[in-house]
Design a protein around this ligand. Structure first.
Ligand code: ATP
Ligand code: MG
Length: 284
C-alpha cells in the first residue's frame, strides 16, 4: 500500500510540470446560515460565465443543499469515488452555465478511516479534477467537520462569509484563528453578506481585518460584499441561482464583481492541494 501511495506521489510530481492546475477555493463561515451556499453557487456560476472551467463540490456533510439551489437531483456523491471506486467522469453532474457539480454526503466522514487503496484511488481522481478545471470550489457546511477542515486547509484560498451581526463576526474571528493556527499562509478572503449598503460591508471587513492583523498578524483580503436583496430569497424559492434568475439584481452585480476580484489574484494554483491532502491521509 505504501508503494502505491509513493507511486501516486511521484506521478503527482510529474504532472505538476505538465498540466494546468485548478485553484482550490473553500467557502466557509463561523456561524451557520449566513449565505455560504448561495455565495458558493452564484460565485461559481459567475466564474463559469467568465469562461473558467469550474467544478463545485458540496462538502456540507449530511446537510448538503447545493443541488437544491441548482435545481438538480444528483445521482452520485463524492463518496462514490472511494466507496465504489467510480471515476470522477462518471459522477460529475452538469449544471447551468457549464458549471459542473458533485454532491457530498455522510460517507465523506469515513474517508480518513479507509484502507490505503481506496484513499489512493480517491486522491488520484481528485488529481484528474485538478488538471481538468480552473477552479474547484467547496461549499463547506456550518460546524466544520474534521474531514472538511482538511479539505479547507489543503486548498489555496478560503472565502469566509460573515454578516454584519455581532454573533457572526465573533464566530468569523474564531474561524480565522483556527485557520491561522493550522495554516498561516492560507489566503483568507472576507465576503460580507446581507449588508444594508456597501459602506456597512466595507466597515465590517475593516473591523475583522484590524482585529486579525493586530492579534494574529494575519491580513485578510476583501472579496467585497453582497447586499440584503429580496431577489436572493426569491431565487432560492424558485430553485434557480440569482445570477441567472435575476442577473440585474444588486446581489448578482456584487457577485460578478467578486468573481472578477478572485480572477485578478495571481499565483498559488499549484499541486499543493493534492500533495497536502495525501499527507493528511497518510497521517490518519
Ligand atoms: N444577500 C442575501 N439577501 C437576502 N437573503 C439572503 C442573502 N443571502 C442569504 N439569504 C437568505 O439566507 C438563507 C440561507 O442562505 P444559505 O443557505 O446560503 O446559508 P448557509 O450559510 O449556506 O447556511 P448553512 O450554514 O446552513 O449551510 C437563504 O435561503 C436566503 O433566503
Ligand atoms: Mg450551506
Amino acid at each position: 500500500m505504501h508503494d502505491q501511495a509513493e507511486q501516486l506521489r511521484l506521478r503527482v510530481q510529474e504532472t505538476l510540470l505538465q498540466v494546468k492546475k485548478a485553484k482550490v477555493v473553500s467557502v466557509l463561515s463561523g456561524k451557520g446560515g449566513v449565505g455560504k451556499t448561495n455565495i458558493a453557487v452564484n460565485l461559481s456560476l459567475a466564474l463559469a460565465g467568465l469562461g473558467k472551467k469550474v467544478v463545485l463540490l458540496d462538502l456540507d456533510i449530511g446537510m448538503g443543499n447545493v443541488h437544491l439551489l441548482l435545481g438538480l437531483t444528483p445521482r452520485h456523491t463524492i463518496a462514490d469515488l472511494f466507496e465504489h471506486h467510480f471515476s470522477v467522469r462518471e459522477i460529475i453532474e452538469k449544471g447551468p452555465n457549464n458549471l459542473d457539480y458533485l454532491g457530498g454526503d455522510n460517507g465523506l466522514l469515513s474517508l480518513f478511516e479507509l484502507d490505503r487503496n481506496s484513499q489512493v484511488h480517491f486522491v488520484g481522481e481528485l488529481e484528474k479534477l485538478s488538471s481538468a478545471y480552473d477552479y474547484i470550489v467547496f461549499d463547506i457546511g456550518a460546524g466544520l467537520s474534521e474531514a472538511s477542515l482538511k479539505f479547507v486547509l489543503a486548498g489555496h484560498e478560503a472565502i469566509l462569509v460573515a454578516t454584519p451581526e455581532i454573533t457572526s463576526l465573533t464566530d468569523a474571528y474564531s474561524m480565522i484563528k483556527l485557520l491561522h493556527a493550522e495554516r498561516p499562509e492560507l489566503t483568507v478572503w472576507t465576503m460580507i453578506n446581507q449588508c444594508e449598503n456597501e459602506r456597512e460591508g466595507r466597515a465590517v471587513h475593516d473591523r475583522l481585518n484590524e482585529v486579525s492583523s493586530r492579534f494574529l498578524g494575519k491580513k485578510l483580503a476583501s472579496l467585497g460584499q453582497v447586499s440584503f436583496d429580496p431577489a436572493v430569497r426569491r431565487a432560492v424559492m424558485e430553485q434557480l441561482p440569482f445570477v441567472l434568475e435575476s442577473p440585474r439584481c444588486k446581489a448578482a452585480g456584487q457577485i460578478q464583481k467578486a468573481a472578477q476580484c478572485l480572477l485578478g489574484k495571481r499565483g498559488a494554483a499549484d499541486i499543493s492541494f493534492i500533495s497536502k491532502l495525501l499527507s493528511f491521509l497518510s497521517k490518519s
